[in-house]
Design a protein around this ligand. Structure first.
Ligand SMILES: [Ca+2]
Length: 68
């Protein structure tokens, strides 16, 4: 799952730093601090300032695995 790739320290939460790295790994040109903050604010349903697995799954579509 993408989440595990992005969670570089394996603590089950994506911090701003991990999200920035993920953005760059996906070919982004580098998100600004405000873009990272806006991303977290939009996804952070429990308000802890980090993106948990459930929040990430909701963001990317519920974590369904479609078989091609
Ligand atoms: Ca982490």
């Amino acid at each position: 799952m993408e989440f595990e790739r992005f969670d570089t320290d394996g603590d089950g939460l994506l911090t701003a730093a991990e999200i920035r790295q993920a953005n760059q790994a996906l070919g982004g040109l580098g998100a600004s601090e405000s873009e990272i903050e806006a991303f977290i604010a939009g996804a952070d349903s429990d308000g802890d300032g980090r993106i948990g697995l459930e929040e990430f799954a909701a963001l990317v579509g519920g974590g369904r695995h479609e078989q091609a």
